[in-house]
Each structure stands twice: as structure tokens, then as C-alpha cells.
Design a protein around this ligand. Structure first.
Ligand code: CA
Length: 230
């Protein structure tokens, strides 16, 4: 996982919250904490986390109802969620998954198990946040070293072009609007003009031109851009 991926831990029991937070920090994550659904919403309002570890039983609003709320809002619906619960019954598991949780960990759990689940959910839901090398169409993109090669030739990219290419190779075939690309690449709550996206697309294409990879980034008229891996 990329260093600094942020994880919001929503758990009202201080000892468990501490145990989870310490272990996630040890695994290289940036940890935010909340002791209730209300605190969690405030934290998410301030900045989107990359993943939420969410306890089912909370004082006030339950974890399930927070999960539902996050899923119903355009801004938060793609945040991966792992539910924690003391309930291990099948029907509870189904209710959790129906509310939008990506995975489910029953208490008591070992920190190692939770970290493994976090890693698996991130890999599945947010491949752009893992540090695994992506290989596609003779392009190799390594987020750990920021090295890019095309047909085994090294390609020099600026940091924004790198993030843009990494986002594209992990989200191929789909059309992304300029506003979506700003959210995904520059970050939520960042106010940058949409035409800035075009500037960086141009730079990225130019860097990919010598090996003919510039054609992989298609302009979709009046919609945005698409990375075509095939
Ligand atoms: Ca609890």
C-alpha cells in the first residue's frame, strides 16, 4: 500500500480503538479516529479517508446506518468500508454487506487479520492506493519508486503526470470527466480549474509519444478522458 493511505477508525471502545490504530500505523497508514458516527461524519466531511474501519455497535447512530449514509452520497459512496462486530451470525453478516460494507471482521480478531483484510479490500477497491507495479499495454508503472517504463524504456514524468497515469492504468476503459479526475488525482476539496486537467493530459501524452503510448489516452468529446488498455 502506498505510504500514507489514510484510514478512519470508528470505534467507541478506547482500548480497541487504540489497538487498531496502533497496528494500522505500524503497517504504514495514517490513522484518523472517531468514537461515534457523528464524529466520523465530521472527519469525513473535513477530508475523505482512503478506507473506513467501522464498528457496528456505536453510541447513537449505528455503524450500519453510517455505512448506508456513506453509500448513498456521491462524494463518499466509493470509500471502502470494513465492518467490525461482535456479532458473528450469518444474518448480521448479510445485513452488513447489504448496507455497503466491503468486508466484515468479527470480534475478537487479531490485528494481523484486520491488516490482511484492509490490504485485500484496498487491492480490490482501490488499486491506485496500493504500491504494486501495474503492467498494462507494455507500460509498467511502479508507485513505490515512481518509475515508469514503456516498451522497457524509462519515461520521465512529473509528479502530477505520474499520479494521473497511475490512476488511468488502475481505472482503464471508463470515461472520467475533468471534475472526477480533479477529485481523484488532485484530491477532494482542492480547488483547481478544470482546464488544468487538459494541461497535464497534454504533458502526459507528450511523454508517452516516443513509444506510441500517447494514443492510449483518448479524448471523449464533451465527456472527458478514457484510458484504453486494449
Ligand atoms: Ca462498539
Amino acid at each position: 500500500m502506498a505510504p500514507g493511505s489514510s484510514i478512519l477508525v470508528v470505534e467507541d471502545e478506547p482500548a480497541i480503538q487504540e489497538l487498531i490504530a496502533v497496528n494500522l500505523e505500524h503497517a504504514g497508514h495514517r490513522v484518523l479516529r472517531a468514537a461515534s458516527a457523528e464524529e466520523a461524519q465530521q472527519s469525513i466531511h473535513d477530508a475523505l479517508p482512503d478506507l473506513v474501519v467501522l464498528d457496528w455497535m456505536l453510541p447513537g447512530d449505528s455503524g450500519i446506518s453510517l455505512a448506508r449514509r456513506l453509500r448513498s452520497d456521491r462524494r463518499t459512496r466509493d470509500i471502502p468500508i470494513i465492518m467490525l462486530t461482535a456479532r458473528a451470525q450469518e444474518q448480521d453478516r448479510v445485513a452488513g454487506l447489504e448496507a455497503g460494507a466491503d468486508d466484515y471482521v468479527s470480534k475478537p480478531f487479531s490485528p494481523r487479520e484486520l491488516i490482511a483484510r484492509v490490504k485485500a479490500v484496498m487491492r480490490r477497491r482501490a488499486p491506485h492506493l496500493t504500491d504494486e507495479t501495474i503492467e498494462v499495454a507494455a507500460l509498467s508503472v511502479n508507485p513505490a519508486t515512481h518509475r515508469v517504463t514503456a516498451n522497457r524504456q524509462a519515461i520521465e514524468l512529473g509528479p502530477t503526470e505520474f499520479r494521473m497515469l497511475h490512476f488511468f492504468v488502475t481505472h482503464p476503459e471508463r470515461v472520467w470527466s475533468r471534475a472526477q479526475l480533479l477529485d481523484e488525482i488532485w484530491g477532494d476539496h482542492v480547488f483547481v480549474e478544470e482546464r488544468t486537467v487538459d494541461v497535464h493530459i497534454r504533458r502526459l501524452r507528450k511523454a508517452l509519444e516516443p513509444t506510441g503510448h500517447d494514443g492510449l489516452i483518448e479524448t471523449v468529446r464533451s465527456a472527458g478522458y478514457r484510458f484504453c488498455a486494449s
